[in-house]
Design a protein around this ligand. Structure first.
Ligand SMILES: [Zn+2]
Length: 333
């Protein structure tokens, strides 16, 4: 099966009334974990990565490995998506490498990490959409500011998305999907208590979805930060502070309000790290890191398979007809 575009996968999700998890990867074993979980549960899936997030010397080297791994899963409908492209050039590089979807995060200045103007966001997003359209690639934009840390750089306070601005943004950019800030934040530290409606503005999703019914809404920073994983990590040398994320029930509810793409980075990384730390601690003579990575990948696949059931994408690979080519560049425009 060829790569799917984000538009195709999320259109299926909206028609079927479910959400699709977008899982962040930073090494080869994590790519395998996401794809194994998708194959096991019969799910369409979005594999996403942030520029510079891997340990490889260049994005191109890591991206090539990622795309070649995806080729081994030609029974799985897969979107390969650039998460939080900081500028147009990074998005162009991902499209040239063979990604089928990119996010341009024009809400923050790539250098200062401060919010940009509405018009500056629109300008850079339009530039990316124009290039992406020529290559049959989907585009996600961002409006408002989702707080916390996404790539190690901590940036601005949360600025909630404005529904009227969302409608204008979509009309002027023609993005396929829009990340809307509704109170979630990135990273391993989110809320100091279980979030309620004063923190998590689910009503905003409904309001925005009503104004832009053909654009897909994306929930960022939606990890739930499982306490049991935090305890395992901390019992093996970690020091994660107590924190609450987005409860599973809220994620499932968001898919009924208009969200079709649910970003999850931290939860699956916590599952991976907890299993790695446990495995390494269990064999003080181990020097080869592969057994720990293998355990990490298996734990991450299990966690993602569970989430696929919660989001509703499990079993929905049946929505897709088999195809004969893989490269998004070969897709008709
Ligand atoms: Zn994000």
């Amino acid at each position: 099966m060829p790569l799917c575009t984000l538009r195709e996968v999320l259109d299926h999700a909206r028609a079927g009334g479910y959400g699709v998890g977008a899982f962040n990867v930073t090494d080869a074993e994590q790519v395998e974990a996401v794809l194994e979980a998708a194959r096991r549960t019969g799910s369409p899936v979005i594999v996403q990565t942030i520029s510079g997030a891997s340990a490889f010397a260049s994005d191109e080297l890591y991206w090539d490995l990622l795309l070649r791994t995806v080729d081994h899963y030609d029974d799985v409908p897969v979107v390969v998506h650039l998460d939080h492209g900081p500028d147009a050039q990074t998005c162009f590089r991902a499209i040239d490498a063979g990604f089928s979807s990119v996010m341009i995060d024009g809400s923050l200045d790539p250098v200062t990490h401060q919010p940009t103007t509405f018009d500056a966001n629109i300008e850079v997003t339009r530039e990316v959409v124009a290039y992406a359209r020529r290559h049959g690639v989907s585009v996600e934009g961002e409006l408002g500011t989702i707080g916390g840390s996404k790539d190690g750089a901590t940036h601005a306070e949360i600025v909630l998305a404005d529904p009227e601005e969302a409608a204008e943004f979509v009309a002027r950019t023609d993005v396929d999907a829009l990340a809307v800030a509704i109170g979630t934040s990135h990273g391993a530290y989110k809320f100091t208590s279980p979030p309620d409606s004063s923190v998590l503005h689910m009503d905003l999703i409904e309001e925005i979805a009503r104004l832009i019914p053909t654009t897909h809404l994306v929930m960022h920073g939606s990890s739930s930060l499982p306490a049991d994983l935090r305890e395992i990590i901390n019992a093996h040398g970690g020091g994660l502070p107590e924190s609450w994320g987005v409860p599973e029930v809220e994620k499932a509810r968001s898919t009924q309000l208009g969200v079709t793409k649910i970003n999850q980075g931290m939860d699956s990384h916590m599952a991976y790290a907890a299993a790695m730390r446990t495995t390494m601690a269990g064999d003080p003579l181990a020097a080869d890191p592969a057994p720990a990575a293998r355990a990490g990948s298996a734990a991450m696949a299990d966690m993602i398979a569970e989430r696929m059931a919660v989001f509703g994408q499990a079993g929905r690979a049946r929505d897709y007809a088999p195809r004969v080519f893989r490269s998004p560049a070969a897709l008709p425009l």
